[in-house]
Design a protein around this ligand. Sequence first.
Ligand code: SF4
Ligand SMILES: [Zn+2]
Ligand SMILES: [Zn+2]
Length: 315
Amino acid sequence: MRCHTCARPANVEIRRSRIAFCAGCYPHWFRARVQERIDHDRMFRRDERVLVAVSGGKDSLALWHALTRLGYRADGVYIRLGIGGYSRRSQEKCERFAEWHGLMLHQVDLEGSEGFVVPDLREARSGKPCAACGTVKRYHFNRVAAELGYDVVATGHNLDDEAATLFGNLVHWNIDYLGRQGPVLESTHPGLVRKVKPLYRLSERETAAYALIERIDYILEECPMAKGAKSLAYKAMLNSLEEQQPGAKYGFLVGFLKQGRAALPGTGFEPAAELRACARCGQPTTAEVCAYCRMADRGRRRRERARPPAGVDPT
Ligand code: SF4
Ligand SMILES: [Zn+2]
Ligand SMILES: [Zn+2]
């Protein structure tokens, strides 16, 4: 195949559009797609400050890279989740990326500032902390953005992530979640910062190709807690469908956003009049004490119980 832009031999094929690009032209195509979504979905303006939530993986670092190349004022935020060697290595990737490109990286150290780590939040039934980990991330991304005056938080969710989430919500008929799924979650309260997903129409393969060509050094290993996650099963099913029908994943997600979502209750834009400040941390919540503060208490209690008594050498 030949490059769609310059007709040289192509390296990256976009099967759903039946086009391909050489390594020189591909990053331009990728960034143009990101820019297109930012503008079309009104994610943010040039004068707004963007906070990119980074994990050390290809998607978030590729997003940060693309936004800075497109000329946006984008800083990063990384949460030290405390998942052993995986967290240390991913932190290193983020720090190196920020240093190499001369960018600002904010960090939240869960253990140091909150007194617990994500593995303390494992559920008894599944043995997984993923639901709680999601709450931790959402809480701190929003808190850091609000406290430091960022206009928007951008995450690296790609087409595969979003299609898998949609599939999971359909399998379980989570109508409320379906109604809220989208690339932009507007702020409904002064303490809630707008959330956007500029890569939502770009596949995991396309993001990986961008990271590879732009020589982004990202963490290849998956979080050890992800093993056996339902989202991986949904992704595998959608990938096998995509193999047979190129473009199926894209059509599934974009079709839903264009046609299906409008028919559902709850679009995520309703005024959240019932929100008030958490009595403990001051973040917006519907309860007296927010879900995060209650969960953090559990994490601290578990960590305390797991700690060996003073004077006892754990080795
Ligand atoms: S796999 Fe689970 S625990 Fe690991 S980072 Fe993702 S949500 Fe958190
Ligand atoms: Zn080319
Ligand atoms: Zn709180």
